[in-house]
Design a protein around this ligand. Structure first.
Ligand SMILES: Nc1ncnc2c1ncn2[C@@H]1O[C@H](COP(=O)(O)OP(=O)(O)OP(=O)(O)O)[C@@H](O)[C@H]1O
Ligand SMILES: [Mg+2]
Length: 255
């Protein structure tokens, strides 16, 4: 297997991410209909409902593996990625992680809209545990990789989706992460940039870094991943070989 994916041979790699019985609940507030409001006159205009986006997730990810996290829209992929990354806390269960982690999440996550690209690079650097000096060392290379040029000094709220992802990906891959979490976002980059990102991800694989990759592209998952986890309604319904995972994914649609 490892020769196929160009991974360095490591006997018994350590577990770098472990999720034990992780569940995540969101409280959804819904506006009541006019009729409900008249019937319940005087009470609140809204009612609350619990929604479990993740239920009893158990998984272990070993150093150097590349995991494809797939599932239908709303199945819980982005939520799981955020819980793994420590961006949101689970209501139940525990996530343990080892090593430096960089996350490329949904569009908008991670950047402060009123700050410029440059300021966001430094902000992200410090969140990821780099000193100002270390970030300054990476800075030119980040801007070069992103190819956004002079827009680095524009507030990121004026960025196009693609420019946003370019800068976010450039930061994520420059902070020397042991674990890289990538949500679907890469698809908003143009083709040359997507190719460049995939090449960078392959380089990371070859260096033995750990990658958790959310994608709706079966081809990309087949290309990159040696293990697939399929989510459906917040639960893991398959965890195993990529080809079987793609079949399980297709069967999960509409369920
Ligand atoms: N902050 C939130 N508040 C309420 N519900 C949420 C929140 N975040 C996610 N959800 C709900 O949790 C479920 C899972 O969402 P999630 O974004 O993880 O799905 P996904 O698998 O990433 O979907 P997609 O393929 O569309 O990106 C959805 O039903 C979503 O509406
Ligand atoms: Mg998502």
């Amino acid at each position: 297997m490892s020769s196929l994916f160009n991974l360095p041979e490591i006997k018994n790699p350590p577990v770098v991410i472990r999720a034990s019985d992780v569940s995540k609940r969101f409280v959804i507030r819904k506006d009541k209909s006019l009729k409900e409001r008249i019937v319940n006159f005087g009470r609140s205009r809204r009612h609350k409902e619990d929604f479990w986006a993740l239920r009893d997730i158990k998984l272990e990810i070993k150093a150097g593996s590349s995991i494809g996290l797939v599932g239908a829209n709303g199945s819980g992929k982005s939520t799981l990625l955020k819980v793994i990354g420590g961006i949101i806390q689970p209501n139940d269960g525990v996530v343990e992680r080892r090593g430096r982690l960089a996350a490329l999440l949904e569009l908008g996550a991670g950047f402060h809209p009123d700050l410029t690209g440059r300021e966001n690079v430094f902000l992200n650097g410090s969140i990821l545990g780099l000193t100002q000096k270390q970030t300054a060392e990476y800075f030119d290379s980040i801007v070069e990789f992103s190819e956004i040029g002079d827009f680095i000094d524009t507030q990121v709220k004026f960025y196009s989706s693609g420019m946003y992802v370019r800068l976010a990906f450039a930061i994520a891959v420059h902070v020397d992460p042991d674990i890289l979490l990538v949500d679907e976002v890469l698809s908003v980059g143009d083709e040359p940039f997507q190719d460049k990102c995939m090449a960078k991800i392959r380089e990371f694989q070859a260096e033995g870094r750990t990658i958790v990759f959310v994608s709706h592209s079966a081809a990309q998952v087949e290309d990159l991943c040696n293990r697939v986890i399929v989510l459906s309604h917040g639960q893991i319904i398959f965890d195993g070989a990529t080809d079987e995972g793609i079949v399980a994914l297709r069967e999960s649609f509409g369920k």
